[in-house]
Design a protein around this ligand. Structure first.
Ligand code: FAD
Ligand code: GLY
Length: 378
C-alpha cells in the first residue's frame, strides 16, 4: 500500500501523521525546511477558546472548545510516545482591563461570554492581584477563565516529531513539494528534485504556504493569507513570577515552566514580510508593561515575527477538496495549536474511513468554491 503523504511538518502535519501511524496507517511527511520550525514554532501556545471567542464565530468557538476538551488526552499520548513533556499548564487565563475604555470592552466581552454559557468569573483588580500578584496595581477589572490553558508549543513540536518517527512515520526534511498530481486511483506529489511519489491520499498541511502549492485547480487553492505577528521572549528572573496567561488590551504574556515568557502579538497585513520593527516591539512592550509592570527589569531573550495562516472567514479548511485524493488541513489562523488535537484526530479518521465527521462538516474547504455558499462572496 502507498503511504499517505502529508505536505508540511508543522503542528498540523506532524499531529495528523502521528494519529495515523499509531493506528497502523503508513505515512510520509515532506517538509521543505526543518519540521516544526514554521508558524507553529513562532506561536504563544495558548489554548484559549474563551478569551479568543469572536462575536460572529460561534461555529469556530465550538470546534475550539472541543479541541481544548481533547487536549489532555492528546498531550498524554504524545508525551507517552515521545518521552517529552509538552508543558500543559492549567492555571488559567486572566483577561484584564487597565482603563475605563478597556473596562467597558471587558464588560461587553463578559456579557457575551455569559450569554454563551462560558465558565468565566468577573474579578475586581484586587481579586486579580490575589490570583496573580504581579499584575499592575492600577488594573480595574479582570475576567478569570480557569479553563483557558496553555502548552509550550516548542516542546510540543519537539515531542510530535519524535512521537511521529517513534511510531514508524517517515519524515523527509529539506524536501519541498512542488506540486500535487491529482488522480482518483493514484494521486501523487512531485518533489523539487522532480521525483514522483505516489500516495494513497495527500494531505495539504503547509500552513500559510498552502496556497502556493502547484497542481491544485484554482477553486481548490485554499484562500489563505499571512497575518503577521511580532513577538518578544523575556526570561523570568526572581523575585518576578507569573503563573497565568495574562491578556491585556494591547498585549498578552504567556509564561512557560522553563522560564520563557512569550509576549505577543501584533496583527499586521504585510504579506510574507517577517521584519521585526521598532514600532512593533515598542507597542508590545508598552502593552505588556501596562498590565504587568514587573517585566521592566527582565532580560529580553529573543524577538521574531510569525505568519498566521488566515482564511477569508478566519476558520480553518478541513476535509476533502474538489481535487481527487487531496485533503486540506490548513488555515488555522490564531488557533492552530489549540486546534491540533481535533484536526489530527478528525482528519486521520477521514483518511482512514472516507467519512467526514460532523466536526469537520462546517469547515469544508469547498465552502469557498461552492457558488451556493454565502462564504464565496466574502
Ligand atoms: P506551520 O507550522 O507553518 O507548518 C507548515 C509547514 O509546511 C512548515 O514547516 C513549512 O515549511 C511546510 N511547507 C510549506 N510549504 C511546503 C511545501 N511546498 N513542501 C513541503 N513543506 C512545505 N495558535 C494557538 O492556538 N495559540 C496561540 O497562542 C497562538 N499564537 C500565535 C502567535 C503568533 C505570533 C502566530 C504567528 C501564530 C499563533 N498561533 C497560535 C497560530 C498557530 O501558530 C498556527 O495556526 C499554526 O502554527 C499553524 O500550523 P501549521 O502546521 O498549519 O503551519
Ligand atoms: N492566538 C494568539 C495570536 O494569534 O497571537
Amino acid at each position: 500500500m502507498n503511504d499517505v503523504v502529508i505536505v508540511g511538518g508543522g503542528t498540523i502535519g506532524l499531529s495528523i501523521g502521528f494519529e495515523l501511524v499509531r493506528e497502523g496507517t503508513p505515512v510520509t511527511i515532506f517538509e521543505r525546511g526543518t519540521a516544526g520550525r514554521g508558524t507553529s514554532w513562532q506561536a504563544a501556545g495558548m489554548l484559549a477558546p474563551d478569551a479568543e471567542i469572536g462575536f460572529e464565530e460561534l461555529e469556530l468557538y465550538r470546534l475550539n472548545r472541543e479541541s481544548l476538551r481533547r487536549w489532555p488526552d492528546f498531550a498524554s499520548r504524545v508525551e507517552g510516545a515521545s518521552g517529552i513533556d509538552v508543558d500543559y499548564r492549567d492555571e488559567g487565563t486572566l483577561i484584564v482591563a487597565d482603563d475605563r475604555d478597556s473596562a467597558e470592552a471587558l464588560r461587553r466581552l463578559y456579557g457575551f461570554q455569559q450569554e454563551q454559557g462560558l465558565d468565566v468569573e468577573w474579578l475586581t483588580g484586587e481579586d486579580a492581584r490575589e490570583i496573580e500578584p504581579f499584575v499592575a496595581p492600577r488594573l480595574s477589572a479582570a475576567i478569570y477563565s480557569s479553563t483557558d490553558h496553555q502548552v509550550d508549543n516548542r516542546q510540543l513540536l519537539r515531542a510530535l516529531r519524535v512521537a511521529f518517527e517513534a511510531e514508524g512515520g517517515t519524515l523527509h526534511e529539506d524536501t519541498p513539494v512542488e506540486a500535487v498530481l491529482p488522480d482518483e486511483d493514484a494521486p501523487a506529489v512531485r518533489t523539487e528534485d522532480d521525483t514522483r511519489v505516489e500516495a494513497s491520499r495527500i494531505v495539504v498541511a503547509s500552513g500559510v504556504w498552502s496556497r502556493e502549492l502547484g497542481g491544485l485547480t484554482p477553486d481548490a487553492q485554499p484562500p489563505v493569507r499571512p497575518v503577521k505577528g511580532q513577538m518578544i521572549q523575556l526570561q523570568r528572573k526572581p523575585p518576578f513570577d507569573l503563573q497565568h496567561v495574562i491578556r491585556g488590551p494591547d498585549a498578552y504574556l504567556a509564561p512557560k515552566s522553563n522560564g520563557r515568557i512569550v509576549v505577543g502579538a501584533t496583527s499586521e497585513e504585510m504579506g510574507f514580510d517577517t521584519t521585526v520593527t521598532a514600532g512593533g516591539l515598542y507597542d508590545l512592550l508598552e502593552g505588556a508593561w501596562e498590565v504587568v509592570p514587573g517585566i521592566y527589569d527582565l532580560p529580553v531573550e529573543d524577538t521574531w515575527a510569525g505568519l498566521r495562516p488566515a482564511s477569508r472567514d478566519h476558520a480553518p479548511l478541513l476535509g476533502e477538496t474538489s481535487v481527487p485524493g487531496v485533503i486540506m488541513a490548513t488555515g488555522h489562523y490564531r488557533h492552530g495549536i489549540l486546534l491540533t488535537p481535533v484536526t489530527a484526530e478528525e482528519i486521520a479518521n477521514l483518511v482512514r474511513t472516507g467519512e467526514t465527521s460532523s466536526w469537520l462538516e462546517p469547515f469544508s474547504p469547498m465552502r469557498f468554491s461552492d457558488a451556493q455558499s454565502p462564504h464565496s462572496l466574502a
